[in-house]
Design a protein around this ligand. Sequence first.
Ligand SMILES: *Cc1c(COP(=O)(O)O)cnc(C)c1O
Length: 398
Amino acid sequence: MSSKSLQTEMVQAGVHSLAEMPDYVSVPKVPPIYMSSVFSFDDVPSLDAVYAKEAPGYVYSRDGNPGTDYTADMIAQTEGGECALVFSSGMAAILQSIIAFIGQGDHVVSSPVLYGGVYNYLKNEAPRFGVETTFVDFTDLAAVEAAIKPNTKVVYTETITNPLMEVFDLEAIAKIAHKHGCKFIVDNTFASGAICKPLELGADIVANSSTKFMGGHSDVTGGSVVTSPENWAPIKRGLAMYGPIMSPFDAWLMARSLRTMDMRVARHSENALKVAQFLENHPKIEKVHYPGLESSPYHALAMKMFYKGRCGGMLSADIPGGEKGASDFIKNLKHIKFVPSLASYTTSLSYPAKTSHRAYNEEELKAAGITMGTLRFSIGLEEPEDIIEEFDAALAKL
Ligand SMILES: *Cc1c(COP(=O)(O)O)cnc(C)c1O
């Protein structure tokens, strides 16, 4: 019988078993989850060597974890970038990217139709720290350049904007940003690296809400940033300082989801195009916003910038009858649920004026082109005919 108490035995058991795996002649097919907040050292010189980057190793999971690094490397590949970071949410990834390059007295130029949380940050929160933002129509390149001031540090937009699915000329905007010494940050959430790689078009930093198409199953909240080593360092510094890290378990789920992202996004895109074409031809629908439609003012640009003609799973449409029409339409649906998020395996819909764009007042909504009848659809992986049939039935009752 051991002289130690069971309590002590259990506390001391199995500590190094995972670390010993590299000597085995077989390894787990799927990388393990390193659910460890901290790492142990045999002596002080080993710790010094890790801090000095003279030896490989981890210290503390807010500064780095093998599982989250592994997922970050996969994400860097999806965006064709050199290095990546993962975050606890898309908002954390986006805000840390912006914060890394601005300080008191600086200025940001942004497109006005953005994910509501980011708009709210730029409009209401960043000014508390002395940072002002000019919102300008990014389809007007001369206006973008004219909005840049000597203190502008960041130019910000989305690949496919939420909720009106606008597409801007990222290559031209990158050139304007760089001419004036600004960082060009692009939120690639609605597209994903399976559709567009903004870094290849000249963006300096691409951020994603990995909660959406990367995760794809509505079970992980996360964010990511892909960029060059030079831009990575200040963002990494902020991540370790503010601490919005992705948990090792969420990183593991994210890596699993990334295995099928390209296939899923291809199917989301095919289905969304079919649904958009159906809605466009429906007599009750006032307007459909989808860059995959030939009638879209953004179609040519999308075909130039996007891979394989894919335009993603997101579209929006104006339902007649304003708020009542939108509300009735939602009630008329059976399987398609009203969900204030997107990019899951099932088709869902959202009501921008009441969810993602709640922070916009009536005037701002109108200026952005969002009406009380605008519904945003996230087209899922069902058979497209089944999605269309349900929409058709719901519209018939309006
Ligand atoms: C959801 C979303 C975000 C925010 O991401 P979270 O993971 O919810 O924090 C940012 N940008 C876009 C375009 C989004 O759809």
